[in-house]
Design a protein around this ligand. Structure first.
Ligand code: PMV
Length: 357
């Protein structure tokens, strides 16, 4: 499958159009860390699509007659020219695939459901929401586009904005990257897990403990870069592929012990890569470790299947089945909330993917 199949033959019809999409954040269970140009992952990854942590983006497309991409970007109501470099490089990357876009001037307005500076990365949900608005416009110019092709190309475009954004179009579980298990697995876009997902995972809970709400000392762009010439990179890519194979069968069978073991291995391996990069860095904070120790102790004492994963940051995502949520939530309130900044944490759960609003 090559990129060329995503080049659109649609042409502008000279009419303005407005659309609004809501796209979710996602939390990786098998982590993507290391890439080559253009945003091609060094290993396959798998994530839960979230439901409450979303970006809502509205785009007004106005015919401009200028043959170059023009846009204005508003975040939470305010004009934000500081986002222009990131958006410019996104448009540069995607314009080959959506040549019609140069006939329009875009007014893009975006907002997040999660609080400002929560340490929750919004690039995945933001790039997915914008890509879906663009695809919606393309659909009006090219009505023959099927739903499956629409989603695939939205994921493809989102990936070019932020790798993990490829996994923020559909739900409840998505896979991104070539792998030995799925024939349809691709480095170009993510695909939904499919019909065999065990029902246990369809309403899994994710409580995000906000340990550090500040911006990260090392960005994920720099982190990916440090996987070049990393002494353990190749082993890590092999490990991720093997963990994915195991997790795929676990996501079908519903083996919770296996699930917890792989998810925590992946989180700690991701952070181990950071600690062994050159230069090395640590994104976990003392409270991240305190929470992990307490989760392990609680699990040992109660046999309740609660596990954690980590993003590229200090926040902790606690994952657990819906049926035990009351017990876990009391534990969080009584024993973990004090390790969160200002006692803050967010309840989220697995969701079904982006939608038009
Ligand atoms: O999409 P990026 O470039 O922000 O990288 C995401 C990296 C992780 O969140 C750490 C892992 C992942 O697979 O989402």
């Amino acid at each position: 499958m090559t990129e060329s199949r995503f080049i659109s033959s649609a042409v502008s019809n000279g009419n303005p159009y407005s659309t609004k999409w809501e796209a979710p954040s996602n939390i990786a269970l098998i982590k993507y860390w290391g890439k080559t140009e253009p945003q091609l992952p060094k290993n396959p990854s798998l994530s839960f699509t979230l439901s409450s942590s979303v970006t809502t983006t509205e785009v007004h497309f106005l015919p401009s007659g200028k043959e170059e991409i023009e846009f204005e970007f508003y975040f939470e109501g305010a004009l934000k020219p500081d986002f222009h470099p990131k958006l410019n490089s996104f448009f540069e990357r995607i314009k080959t695939y959506i040549p019609w876009i140069t006939s329009y001037s875009l007014k893009i307005s975006s907002q997040n459901s999660f609080p400002h500076s929560s340490g929750i990365a919004s690039s995945a949900s933001a790039m997915a929401a914008l890509s879906l608005c663009i695809m919606d416009m393309e659909q009006t110019l090219f009505p023959e586009l099927s739903k499956a092709d629409f989603n695939q190309k939205a994921s493809f475009l989102a990936r070019l904005g932020s790798g993990s954004a490829a996994r923020s179009v559909e739900g409840p579980v998505t896979l991104w990257g070539k792998n030995d298990i799925q024939n349809e697995g691709s480095d170009l876009y993510a695909t939904p897990f499919g019909a065999n997902l065990n029902p246990l995972f369809k309403d899994f809970q994710d409580t995000i403990l906000l340990v550090d709400k500040g911006s990260k000392a090392v960005s994920s762009t720099q982190g990916h870069q440090l996987m070049f010439n990393h002494p353990f990179a190749n082993q890590r890519f092999v490990q991720a592929a093997n963990n994915l194979a195991d997790l795929i069968s676990i996501m079908k069978s519903g083996d919770l012990d296996g699930f917890m073991r792989i998810v925590e291995t992946e989180a700690l391996s991701l952070h181990a890569m950071m600690m062994t990069s050159n230069p090395y860095f640590i994104l976990m904070q003392p409270h991240t470790l305190e929470i992990i120790q307490r989760v392990w102790k609680f699990r040992k004492q109660t046999q309740i299947p609660l596990c954690f994963t980590l993003d590229a940051g200090a926040n902790v995502h606690l994952l657990y089945p819906e049926m035990i949520k009351d017990k876990v939530r009391s534990f969080i309130a009584d024993h973990l909330a004090s390790f969160c900044q200002k006692g803050q944490y967010l309840y989220d759960s697995v969701g079904s993917g982006a939608k038009k609003v």
